[in-house]
Design a binder for this molecule. Sequence first.
Ligand code: ADP
Ligand code: MG
Length: 363
Amino acid sequence: MSSLKLRELACSFNGVTAVETVTLDIAQGEFVTLLGPSGCGKTTTLRMVAGLEQNSGGSIAIGETVVSDPVNGVFVQPDRRNIGMVFQSYAIWPHMSVFDNVAYPARVAGQSRDEIVRRVDHALGLVSMQRYASRPATALSGGQQQRVAIARAIATKPSILLMDEPLSNLDAKLREQMRIELRQLQKTLGITTLYVTHDQEEAMALSDRVVVMSSGRILQVGKPTDVYRRPDNREVAEFFGSPSFLRGMVREARDGAAGQRWVVGNGWSCQTQSNGMPQVGDEVDVLMRPENFAVGPTDDEAALQLRGVVRQSVYKGARYQVGVAFGGASVIAELPQDHAWTIGDEIQLHVPGSRLWCMNVKE
Ligand SMILES: Nc1ncnc2c1ncn2[C@@H]1O[C@H](COP(=O)(O)OP(=O)(O)O)[C@@H](O)[C@H]1O
Ligand SMILES: [Mg+2]
């Protein structure tokens, strides 16, 4: 197991920048996920770590060893980096048995027959595939093939595990189950993992920390609860679910630099916290997530309270998703199903102050 250090990593294809200034420290045993829309540079970043792509600038260190640093002429070949990789396409060899697929990297590395048998057995056991060892790889379901690919990646005891959308080809139910298994496996092995996905729920369920990326850059790095509840900016906030924003102005900074802000808008006010340091007079966006709304008034002085009209109502089984218009703005709330909200209903809502978050409006 090793730590991973990316410094000012950059890569471009035919003069077009795919990744720029990605700087990231991953601790030994940590599970970190690159999350972002298609084309934002996740795969390119992963491939640079693996050595399948050469970075044009910056450096990569695995543990204490610098494996790529073009300015100083350092480039360690992929097969010398001791990395395990799992791809979206399972990339297992159809003409080989399950055992031979998993054994292949250890054979290439020239390990003894006994050692190979021991490692393959162990790896297949970890993904509950021992009894399929002699099957041809083609006689497996998609989920089983991906388990084999995972077993192959961990059988060589890599210092780092890289995974690029490994669950994206599986159906929704299996994907959720595999998430849980993958996380357990990673914890059992304590293996440093860099994972790539465009699925926000997957990223939050699996990771110690999430790296939100856009256009080749990092927008924010944080624990799942941080990037979800305390986003640095609106772009990060919008990446998760269907948030609502109300534009307001800071009227009072209650406890100095890092504390509460009293924000006033058109027909509402609230007290909320922020990552940045919005000053009195600054324009801010107040973030509210659908699950933070409650029906009715409240005597919580920090709460944002609003009265409006239902413009849209969708029954979602567990909850109603209700679009509410008020004073020229609109919000989306998820409300308990005990009342069937219909278009035209008058409604009063509030969001407790502790559930609000505000962000400076970008210039
Ligand atoms: N081999 C390549 N040649 C040219 N452009 C590429 C190549 N690989 C990736 N790109 C471009 O780099 C950008 C980032 O791609 P990628 O890292 O695959 O994004 P993601 O994995 O986040 O979807 C995209 O604009 C993509 O078109
Ligand atoms: Mg990709």
